[in-house]
Every structure is written in structure tokens, then in C-alpha cells.
Design a protein around this ligand. Structure first.
Ligand code: SF4
Length: 356
């Protein structure tokens, strides 16, 4: 897949854009003043594979979270600021790695200049986050509603305010909860500028629908080579956002790390509880570091062949199943031992790979 050429920026140790891999980010949702809860959540996110973490900074008191988080986790910390330019200056001084703020909403040129200079002096990029639900009046009046072009015009308007002060370390997001609107907005933005794009479907919903909308919206864009960093927004524990984002990147072929489960939908040929078996295998694969495909197939007749692509797998039979590698049967295993036999093989491959 040919990725869109973008200008690279750096949020601390993570590069966004250019040839950098698409990074996964999430946002803390513990109460802003509860330092311990935010630290605990940030650590869980990092452990789950989050690469950039954003925290809401609604007032001066919460700026103190920034150095605490920087100490607690090694991933870059982003301050999410609405309207108050002084919070941006304080966050920059507190060592934040990136700031999300819309310069058109902070009250005039002098303030934009101060924020641009503070960020430039410390190498901090700014994300301009345009959102369909909070689009500024002039764009709503011009387009009648939050159309894709209205979102792009708004994002470029904010960017131009920073460009005036020769600030170009910009990331853009153009989120909408309507997937076709969001996809088209990002396509238009990708054609209109070279800034890296932070992809997201906003107010996507609870876990099931949020994941579907994000997979469709982010997936469509990522498959076209558009997108430099992603956030899946879910009304759920943010650790689930990280898992979902990583799964979307894997499904798009943009990540190849850890084990991927392949399992068949089962059919009338299935004689064992494949649904239960697959549900048990999936969490056990979470600790595997080596990229591999692991298959759990319903029948011995078609399973090994249909999962020829898998590095290792099992296929159910009538009381007895098959353990196979790359489509070649290794041995027959009693049904009660299938799970253990598969996982022993997976762990051995993982260990061998780590030694190599
Ligand atoms: Fe059916 Fe066997 Fe294919 Fe699974 S692998 S869908 S059980 S034919």
C-alpha cells in the first residue's frame, strides 16, 4: 500500500507522519483531578500497546498531571485544551509532548503567536482538532451544515493562523460521527495539504457500534494510504480503544506483531465446540510476541487446507482433532488435549523466535 506523503512531526519519542508507522493513541477518562486514577489508567494503556496518551487539561490545577504522567509512563503525553491559551503555555512549560488546541478559538493573534512560539521553542507539535459537532459559525453558515468541505475549510483556517508565525508542526483531525462525512473530509484534507492526519470517528458509540464505525471509517482511509495516527473513540474502558485500534491496523496490513487468530465460522461438519475453543485461545494469544497466524478450524476435512496460510492450527474431529503447521498435519490429538497441544506449539514457536 502506498502511504500518503506527509510532513513528519515528533511528539516526544514518537514520529507522526513521513515514513513513521501509524501510531495508536487513546485518551484518559479518569476525573481530571484524580492523579492516582489517571496514572493507573495511563499505565494500563501503555501496557496494552498505546503509543501516545492524551489528557484533558480543563484548568491550571490539572496541568500538574503532565509531569506526573511523564514520570509514570514512557509514551508521549498530549494536553487537550479548549479555548484557554494560558493552559497551552503552562502545559508546554510542564513538559508536554504535544498540544491539541484550535488556534482560532483562543482569542486573537497575540495569543496564537504566544502559543506558536512556546511550542516552537520546545519542539512541541500542535494538533488542530476539528469536530463536526462543534464547527464554527462562519463555516456552518457558508455550507449549511458540517459538510466534509466545511470541516476541511475550518481545519485549514486554524492551520493558517499558526502558519502566519511560521509554525508548521501541525497535525490535523477532522472528526465527525457520521462515517461517510468523516471519510470524505479526510480525503479532501489529504489532497489539500501535507500535514499528517490523526484519524478518528467521533462519538462513535459504545464498544460494538463504535468499533464497527471506526473500523469502516479508519479502515477505508488507511487502505487508501491516508492516516498517520489513529484513535478509536469508544464509550468504554480506553484500553479497549487501544486493542480495537491495533486490530484495525493489523486487519489493514499496517501492523504485523503478535499472534492473529484465524477461526472458521463452523458449519454442519463441526463436531466439537469450536466457538468455545476459539474464545479460549484468543486471550491466551495476547502474550505472544512473534508475528504468527494461529488457526482454530471446525473440521479435519477442510480445516488444515482452508487454513493453509496459518503457521499453526487445530482442526476439530469427532472426539479427536488434528494439530497442523502450514497446512501439514503433525499429529492427531484427543479433543480434551487440543487446546494444550496448540498452545504448547505456539509458545515453542514464540520462544524459538525470540532466541533467534
Ligand atoms: Fe465448515 Fe470445516 Fe470450513 Fe469450518 S473448516 S467452515 S467446519 S468446512
Amino acid at each position: 500500500m502506498k502511504r500518503r506523503k506527509t510532513r513528519q512531526v515528533r511528539a516526544g519519542k514518537v514520529a507522526i507522519g513521513g515514513s513513521a508507522p501509524v501510531s495508536v493513541q487513546s485518551m484518559l477518562c479518569a476525573p481530571a483531578r484524580d492523579v492516582a486514577a489517571n496514572v493507573e489508567q495511563a499505565r494500563r494503556l501503555e501496557q496494552a500497546g498505546c503509543e501516545i496518551v492524551r489528557v484533558a487539561v480543563p484548568d491550571m490545577d490539572t496541568v500538574r498531571l503532565i509531569p506526573v504522567l511523564k514520570e509514570a509512563v514512557s509514551m508521549p503525553v498530549v494536553a487537550d485544551i479548549h479555548f484557554d491559551w494560558r493552559l497551552a503555555l503552562e502545559s508546554a512549560a510542564a513538559g508536554v509532548d504535544k498540544i491539541r488546541i484550535n488556534p482560532g478559538n483562543i482569542g486573537g493573534d497575540e495569543r496564537v503567536k504566544a502559543v506558536a512560539e512556546a511550542c516552537a521553542a520546545r519542539g512541541i507539535p500542535i494538533r488542530i482538532g476539528v469536530n463536526g459537532g462543534s464547527l464554527e459559525k462562519p463555516f456552518l453558515e457558508k455550507y449549511g451544515r458540517a459538510t466534509p468541505q466545511a470541516l476541511v475549510d475550518s481545519a485549514l483556517y486554524h492551520a493558517a493562523l499558526l502558519e502566519r508565525y511560521d509554525f508548521h508542526d501541525i497535525v490535523l483531525s477532522l472528526k465527525a460521527s457520521d462515517v461517510p462525512t468523516m471519510v470524505e473530509a479526510y480525503r479532501l484534507a489529504a489532497a489539500a495539504c501535507e500535514y499528517p492526519l490523526h484519524l478518528g470517528v467521533t462519538e462513535a458509540g459504545t464498544e460494538r457500534m463504535g468499533l464497527v464505525k471506526s473500523a469502516v471509517g479508519l479502515g477505508a482511509l488507511l487502505m487508501e494510504g491516508i492516516g498517520d495516527t489513529v484513535r478509536v473513540s469508544l464509550t468504554a474502558d480506553p484500553v479497549r480503544e487501544v486493542r480495537a485500534a491495533k486490530d484495525i491496523l493489523t486487519a489493514c496490513g499496517l501492523r504485523n506483531e503478535g499472534a492473529q487468530l484465524i477461526s472458521c465460522p463452523t458449519c454442519g461438519r463441526t463436531r466439537i465446540d469450536i466457538i468455545g475453543l476459539a474464545a479460549k485461545v484468543e486471550p491466551l494469544l495476547a502474550s505472544v510476541k512473534t508475528p504468527m497466524k494461529v488457526a482454530v478450524m471446525g473440521c479435519a476435512v477442510n480445516g488444515p487446507g482452508e487454513a493453509r496460510d496459518a503457521d499453526v492450527g487445530i482442526a476439530g474431529g469427532d472426539g479427536i482433532g488434528l494439530l497442523f503447521k502450514k497446512g501439514v498435519v503433525l499429529r492427531r490429538v484427543p479433543e480434551s488435549e487440543l487446546l494444550d497441544a496448540l498452545m504448547a506449539e505456539v509458545r515453542a514457536m514464540d520462544e524459538q523466535n525470540r532466541k533467534d
